[in-house]
Ligand binder design. Structure first.
Ligand SMILES: Cc1cc2nc3c(=O)[nH]c(=O)nc-3n(C[C@H](O)[C@H](O)[C@H](O)COP(=O)(O)OP(=O)(O)OC[C@H]3O[C@@H](n4cnc5c(N)ncnc54)[C@H](O)[C@@H]3O)c2cc1C
Ligand code: FES
Length: 270
């Protein structure tokens, strides 16, 4: 069940040039949150900026009763967030949305495809897969525009996963985009024994689905739609999905029905 509260900041660390991890004390959120779910944040109760912003849960510490999010300080909201100090309060509603689902199986290949600020929920997923001993092969493809836009690469490099790091400009990792690596892997993947989990900008998600859907590899795609209310009320976050009944499609709310949808269900032309 979601919680609405003013959560005290326990820790606030700068991880790289623009990357920050903020840890909040919120025991109920820590207890419930799963990979793929998010929190909806205000900077303060004076509603400036007016709208809440969604941030994925990155890590939970159930013993401490805390959870953290990782963000890139770039716009009005995140520049305001980076000014927050330990002990100050952050108004939150969390956990929200659905979660990534995986089958523990020694023969399965899990391919996690992360772009930019899409990396935090996939880092959480990779950590949970490794920690739960889900078995199988875990491949993480983590890409961003440049080194300063890359999230989670350091922690992922410490995990027992196959990690591919790419940047558009080659400032760290290989020069290229995440779908270059995914395309190269496709021939070695057995569609009935592989799952792709993706989160990132819409163009990336679309390219991922264009690769995996035609060859029958199942995918779970987390969309980054703006979410004005995140309570399923305003309809400002809808995406178009295939539907059996006429007119052949249906609108679903990314916040309440997602943000994770089956790759073969999404219609990207909206
Ligand atoms: C499910 C989900 C999870 C996310 N997780 C993360 C994460 O873990 N880390 C991370 O860094 N980012 C994450 N994001 C993206 C993040 O919520 C936004 O990019 C947020 O606006 C960042 O704040 P900003 O300061 O960069 O941009 P801002 O300056 O706050 O906003 C950028 C622009 O978007 C507009 N805008 C903001 N909110 C809305 C809205 N609701 N409706 C319409 N326009 C709007 C603003 O007016 C502005 O023009 C996530 C997004 C989603 C949907
Ligand atoms: S953000 Fe309002 S319905 Fe989803």
């Amino acid at each position: 069940m979601r919680v609405q509260c003013d959560a005290p900041i326990l820790d606030h660390q700068q991880l790289s040039d623009c990357e920050f991890e903020i840890t909040l004390h919120a025991p109920e959120v820590a207890k419930q949150a799963a990979p793929g779910q998010f929190a909806h944040l205000l900077l303060s109760n004076n509603y400036d900026p007016l709208l809440r912003r969604p941030f994925s849960v990155y890590r939970v510490n159930r013993d401490e009763g805390s959870f953290s999010m990782v963000y890139l300080a770039r716009g009005v909201f995140t520049q305001g967030l980076r000014q927050k100090r330990v002990g100050q309060l952050v108004p939150i509603v969390a956990p929200l949305g659905n979660r990534f689902v995986y089958e523990p199986d020694d023969d399965r290949t899990h391919v996690l495809v992360a772009g930019g600020v899409g990396a935090p929920p996939l880092c959480f997923l990779a950590r949970e897969m490794v920690g739960s001993g889900c078995g199988g092969r875990i491949v993480v493809i983590n890409g961003a525009r440049s080194r300063s836009h890359l999230i989670g690469a350091h922690e992922l490099s410490q995990m027992p996963v196959e990690l591919h790091v790419l940047t558009d400009d080659g400032s760290t990792g290989c020069k290229g985009i995440v779908t270059d690596v995914l395309a190269d892997m496709l021939t070695e993947l057995n569609p009935s024994m592989a799952t792709v989990y993706a989160c990132g900008p819409t163009a990336m998600l679309r390219a991922v689905t264009d690769l995996i859907v035609p060859v029958g590899i199942p995918g779970q795609v987390s969309v980054e739609t703006p979410m004005p209310c995140a309570l399923g009320v305003c309809m400002g976050c809808v995406i178009k999905l295939h539907h059996a009944a006429p007119p052949g499609f249906i609108y679903k709310r990314s916040c309440a029905d997602g943000p994770i949808f089956a790759a073969d269900q999404i219609i990207w032309d909206n």
